[in-house]
Design a protein around this ligand. Structure first.
Ligand code: SF4
Length: 393
């Protein structure tokens, strides 16, 4: 272990630009870094950076406490929906600094091979935007909610008490007179999840759902449905509206962004296990516009071979993005990739490199002189009512 540390130490000092550093030392260290021809072959940009004497990939000293492998936790930034890879550097049990995870292609180009030793990775930092680095403040914000809050006043009054986690689970599952302490709600009984999960038979659930589909297709009337399922109508939210489904649907799970497997977990719990259809995420206006642009760009006018007529396919809902690595001209409309917009980490470097070496020109349409607009070849500060006219022109 010490031998490895020493080698990393050599590497760090070899690239620190201090007096006495020779190209020979660097090549020796780079050969260690590669460990094998495979690594050298897979991270040419990284090694090329080292050969140029660049130090920005590396922590300054291996003895720097935050560059020790045992002080680092690899995780994911949740400060925005880009979800960059991060390395959280721990000192005395607290996160002292967050940097980019060099294994993540989003944070280092090219990223380190996954087999790279943690002793090397510890001294290599990927990129991270300021918002990501502010994750330390988010984690230790004194106003961060870390306990279960229960309403202690009328809705909207902003009065809360904290309750133990076990009590919260108990109340949510069993229900009861949960708000006796709130004036006017002393006698209000709240159903718990146990009561709401009224329909537990999967086969019966399927059968009733199929019959609701028949009502929609006008193959069955509501009266016929009620007659067929008369012994089970108490399981429904409203027997006169079987389309609302079983009481189970009264459990609604509203989430923020659900990616990286969380959506699957929530779906298994809410839908497959609890039997409610109501697991809903959300999207944003900016993401919605991205989707619809992507759909419009991939829209096809194709022959429907069954109907023998041409039809629009509807396009694909996908995160279409400009190829900032190879493009020669990019027009950003209302987007500022140097500040946000799906990860400055991945794009700022590619755009900057392109602008420096003359490959890329960018123009920005934005009433605001954003950071991206400030660096652009052209800034077009038109206001909202002209952004439709501009592309038409
Ligand atoms: S772009 Fe910034 S805020 Fe978003 S995930 Fe990456 S580091 Fe975090």
């Amino acid at each position: 272990m010490n031998a490895k540390k020493n080698e990393v130490g050599k590497l760090a000092s070899a690239t620190s630009g201090r007096p006495g550093f020779s190209r020979r030392d660097l090549l020796k260290s780079a050969a260690f870094l590669g460990g094998s021809a495979a690594l050298a072959g897979q991270v040419p940009g990284f090694l090329a950076g080292l050969a140029e004497g660049r130090t920005d990939y590396l922590a300054p000293e291996v003895d720097y406490p935050l560059a020790k492998p045992e002080q680092i936790l690899y995780s994911v930034c949740q400060q925005c929906n880009t979800q960059c890879g991060i390395k959280a550097k721990i000192q005395n049990g607290i996160v002292a600094k967050i940097d980019g995870n060099p294994f993540s292609p989003w944070n280092l180009t090219p990223h380190l091979p996954y087999k790279t030793s943690p002793f090397i990775t510890a001294a290599v930092d990927g990129l991270l935007c300021p918002k990501g680095q502010a994750g330390v403040q988010a984690a230790y914000d004194p106003y961060r909610i870390v306990k279960v809050l229960k309403r202690a006043g009328k809705r909207g009054e902003g009065k809360w008490i904290t309750i133990p986690f076990d009590q919260a689970i108990d109340e949510i599952v069993k229900g009861g007179y949960l708000f006796k302490h709130v004036a006017g709600e002393e006698n209000r009984k709240v159903d718990g999840l146990k009561t709401i999960r009224a329909l537990e038979d999967a086969k019966l659930t399927r059968e009733m759902a199929d019959d609701v589909a028949k009502i929609w297709k006008k193959e069955m009337t509501v009266a016929e449905f009620k007659e067929k399922h008369k012994s089970r109508l108490h399981l429904l939210i409203d027997p006169n509206h079987p389309d609302l489904g079983p009481k189970n649907n009264q459990f609604v799970f509203m989430s923020g962004r659900m990616k990286g497997g969380r959506g699957d977990l929530v779906g298994r719990f809410v839908k497959d296990s609890f039997g409610s259809v109501n697991a809903h995420g959300h999207t944003t206006v900016c993401q919605g516009s991205l989707y619809f642009t992507g759909k419009a760009m991939s829209e096809q006018y194709l022959l429907d071979e069954k109907e023998l007529k041409y039809k629009w396919t509807g396009g694909k809902k996908f995160y279409w993005q400009a190829d900032t690595e190879k493009s020669e001209f990019i027009l950003f409309v209302g987007a500022s990739p140097f500040e946000g917009n799906y990860g400055p980490t991945n794009r700022a470097g590619r755009i900057t490199n392109g602008m420096i070496d003359g490959r890329l020109k960018i123009a920005v349409v934005d009433p605001r002189l954003s950071k991206t607009a400030a660096k652009a070849w052209k800034w077009v500060p038109i206001t909202g009512n002209l952004t439709g006219a501009m592309p038409l022109g």
